[in-house]
Design a protein around this ligand. Structure first.
Ligand SMILES: [Mn+2]
Length: 260
């Protein structure tokens, strides 16, 4: 048998979500991910596992989760409670869930201490920025734009590119792609505002919105993508380099760095 059982284990941070209409357990939420994330990780050579949201307080088991994983993915989801970045709730804020927030921030900080490679997508990109001390525009309409504003809520065609992301030369994200810009999908109503400590912007949209961030010079591979590469992967492999690099980083720097 040629299988060496050496595929990196990629933990996907869980999300508590409303149960479907069909279930009799109507008061019991589901702890979810979706097949676009798991399929993208598998196509890149990783083994995805769901890290379920602890509901007790104080939460336990975070260290065990991080020990199990070579890399951790923070997926799309609901808005982050703005108290995490020192703001009151704006009327345009969407639904939030404090239990998921509490878990994901604890998981993020534990993973950073362990130097575990981190990929954040959409809300996950926002989790990275807020965890590093950055802030968000609670709705895209609140961000001042010079010139033509792009509609970033393109929910009708979730797997299709709809606007360009201009890649910052020399950035890790730019190094994954051959050209200076990428056509990306856009399914977000919030945007990054102030960028957190130790992070740099690695892509912007035509209207100046932040579309990707990454950690700088601290030896940790932490990348946030505001678009949804996993959903675009349902259509073609254009976004595969993001997942290949994440899984490679996980393989090289995951559990082997235990104790550093
Ligand atoms: Mn966008």
């Amino acid at each position: 048998m040629t299988d060496g059982y050496d595929r990196p284990v990629i933990g996907i941070a869980g999300t508590l979500d409303a149960p479907p209409q069909s279930t009799p357990f109507s008061d019991i939420r589901r702890d979810i991910t979706n097949e676009a994330y798991t399929r993208s990780i598998r196509l890149a050579g990783g083994v995805p596992v769901l890290l379920t949201v602890p509901c007790e307080e104080p939460i336990v088991g975070i260290e065990e989760f991080v020990s199990l994983c070579d890399g951790i993915l923070f997926p799309g989801g609901y808005d982050i409670d703005p108290s995490y970045y020192g703001q009151r709730r704006h009327e345009l804020l969407g639904p939030t869930d404090v239990v998921t927030d509490r878990f994901q921030f604890a998981l993020y900080h534990a993973a950073r201490i362990r130097r575990t490679p981190i990929l954040g997508i959409c809300r996950g990109c926002q989790v990275i920025n807020v965890a590093q001390g950055g802030t968000l525009w609670q709705d895209q309409s609140l961000r001042p734009v010079e010139g033509t504003r792009i509609e970033h809520r393109q929910y009708a065609h979730p797997t299709e590119g709809c606007h360009q992301a201009f890649l910052e030369p020399g950035s890790q994200v730019a190094s994954l792609f051959p050209g200076p810009h990428l056509l990306v999908n856009s399914l977000h109503h919030q945007q990054l505002d102030e960028i957190g400590t130790g992070l740099a912007v690695s892509a912007r949209s035509e209207d100046g919105g932040v579309e990707a961030i990454e950690s700088i010079d601290d030896g940790r591979w932490t990348v946030g993508i505001q678009w949804h590469p996993e959903a675009m992967m349902m259509r073609n492999d254009m976004m595969l380099p993001i997942f290949l690099q994440f899984v490679l980083q996980a393989k090289n720097r995951g559990r082997t760095s235990y104790g550093h």
